[in-house]
Design a protein around this ligand. Structure first.
Ligand SMILES: Cc1cc2nc3c(=O)[nH]c(=O)nc-3n(C[C@H](O)[C@H](O)[C@H](O)COP(=O)(O)OP(=O)(O)OC[C@H]3O[C@@H](n4cnc5c(N)ncnc54)[C@H](O)[C@@H]3O)c2cc1C
Length: 444
């Protein structure tokens, strides 16, 4: 079957692009080789948490109203992906995404003022500005004044969440200096654990092992020990389904503000988002081709003619490349480089499927891991021309669009903008495909 659009990569960007195309009635497939960033992500969606450093100035103030900052960002950084989409486009994309998740049954919440960021707490006890959260609304609002006692609660022995570490991390935050922040471990029988103990489990196994008796013990311990806590933070291991039934039930029984945070990978909130997006894509008629890596593309007359996985050819009228960054092998470097070259040279980064022109950093990596200026490789990515087209040796490809981390052009780690970038660039790439197909239909 000839598809109107083939999306390469089934992470956040690829699924968003696929859903938007399918929603517009296009025949669309997503082909993907393996796990994506979602299996590691917190499950919250950041839009812009910090302004990037400009002209040597480090702007450390967290951004409270992310959409309002996008015009300013575009002025300083015209090559930033948000600059190409604009403030209204980013907001429309994010609002649309929120609506798509609601259709799947995955509840996500903005702050009560939906233009405003809220805080998400990480497993290390840090606070990061985010826009859309899987926690209930307003648990950690921008103004943190009323959070007087926070308790990080773990299942005894579970190694992928360290409540003492999280508590000491949060205690360092200026807003919590005068608050009570502590750790609590709850011993559970894990009757469904078939003899396995919590210290041998990751979050998904622990989730399957938790039974009625365990939830009763958690609820009664919380009521006995932390009844006056403003916030209880647990590892995200309670629910295997999108509707968070166990977490909701614990909140109901204890009357406590309980949130769960993503643990070390695999992250259940991230996996839930991936499942929700895959279901939505399928429900709209999209076709997912899993476990298939595209190796190269065949280009004719400035257009991608088809792509190959080494055995079969896949053909479409339009293609969206959403293959991720180095982490997902959407970009790569020669494996034989020595450590000194990594710190001192502009490295030969490659986009392996098409060999697209790239923006490459002058210095691949800083020597300091937690460098304030960030690492060059994070900004590496596909170069686009003025018409937003990718190029090979300066020649544009007219039916290939690029979305998500493979685009580069900014530092989503420092900015706290990863999810928003993937969603809005994918939304825009799909919009371009839809517009091109409509225009071609009108001409025909
Ligand atoms: C640890 C961690 C925590 C994060 N936390 C947050 C957070 O709290 N909030 C937030 O907003 N963002 C967060 N992010 C960022 C966010 O998850 C990413 O921005 C987003 O997942 C990237 O999506 P993507 O689709 O661009 O790329 P990826 O997720 O990398 O997906 C690319 C996909 O393409 C596939 N692929 C690659 N090459 C090929 C090929 N040749 N053929 C077929 N398929 C291919 C890969 O297998 C992969 O499935 C986090 C990221 C990480 C790693």
């Amino acid at each position: 079957m000839r598809r109107q659009c083939l999306v390469i990569g089934g992470g956040l960007a690829g699924l968003v692009a696929g859903i938007r195309c399918a929603e517009a009635g296009l025949k669309v497939a997503v082909v993907t080789s393996g796990e994506s960033g979602l299996a590691f992500a917190s499950g919250a969606i950041d839009v812009l948490g910090y302004m990037p450093s400009a002209a040597g100035v480090h702007l450390n103030e967290p951004v409270s109203r992310p959409f309002e900052k996008i015009d300013e960002l575009a002025e300083y950084f015209p090559e930033h992906p948000y600059a190409r989409i604009g403030r209204d486009g980013v907001y429309k994309a994010m609002d649309w995404f929120h609506g798509q998740l609601a259709e799947t049954g995955l509840s996500m919440f903005t702050a009560s003022d939906e233009q405003q960021n809220q805080w998400r707490v990480t497993a290390a006890g840090a606070l990061r500005p985010t826009w859309l959260s899987q926690s209930v609304a307003e648990v950690l609002p921008w103004d943190l004044q009323n959070v007087k006692r926070v308790v990080f609660v773990n299942i005894s022995g579970f190694l992928d969440f360290l409540p003492e570490l999280a508590a000491s991390g949060l205690k360092r935050h200026p807003a919590f200096r005068n608050s009570q922040v502590e750790a609590l471990n709850i011993e559970l029988p894990l009757v469904n654990g078939m003899g396995a103990t919590a210290d041998t489990m990751r979050a998904p196994q622990l989730c399957r092992a938790l039974g009625e008796k365990d939830f009763n013990i958690i609820a009664s311990t919380l009521m006995e020990k932390v009844q006056d806590a403003s916030l209880v933070v647990m590892p995200a291991c309670l629910d295997s389904a999108l509707d968070s039934l166990h977490l909701k039930e614990l909140r109901r029984r204890t009357g406590l503000n309980i949130i769960d945070v993503a643990t070390l990978p695999p992250s259940l909130p991230g996996i839930h988002m991936q499942q929700a997006l895959q279901h939505r894509f399928a429900a709209l008629g999209g076709f997912l081709i899993p476990a298939t890596g595209i190796r190269h593309g065949i280009i004719e007359n400035g257009r991608v003619f088809n792509v190959s996985n080494g055995e079969d050819l896949l053909t479409a009228d339009h293609y969206i490349l959403a293959s991720g960054g180095f982490f997902s092998k959407g970009l790569n470097v020669r494996p034989d480089l020595n450590a000194e070259q990594v710190f001192s040279e502009p490295l030969p980064v490659k986009e392996p499927i098409f060999g697209l022109d790239l923006n490459t950093p002058e210095q691949f990596s800083e020597r300091k891991f937690l460098s304030r200026t960030g690492h060059g490789f994070i900004r590496a990515g596909v170069r686009l021309n003025r018409d937003h087209q990718p190029m090979i040796a300066g020649q544009p490809l007219t039916n290939l669009h690029v979305a998500g981390t493979v685009l580069g052009g900014c530092d989503p780690v420092q900015e706290c903008s990863g999810g928003g970038l993937s969603i809005s660039t994918a939304w825009q790439a799909a919009a371009k495909v839809i517009a091109d197909i409509e225009a071609a239909g009108e001409k025909a």
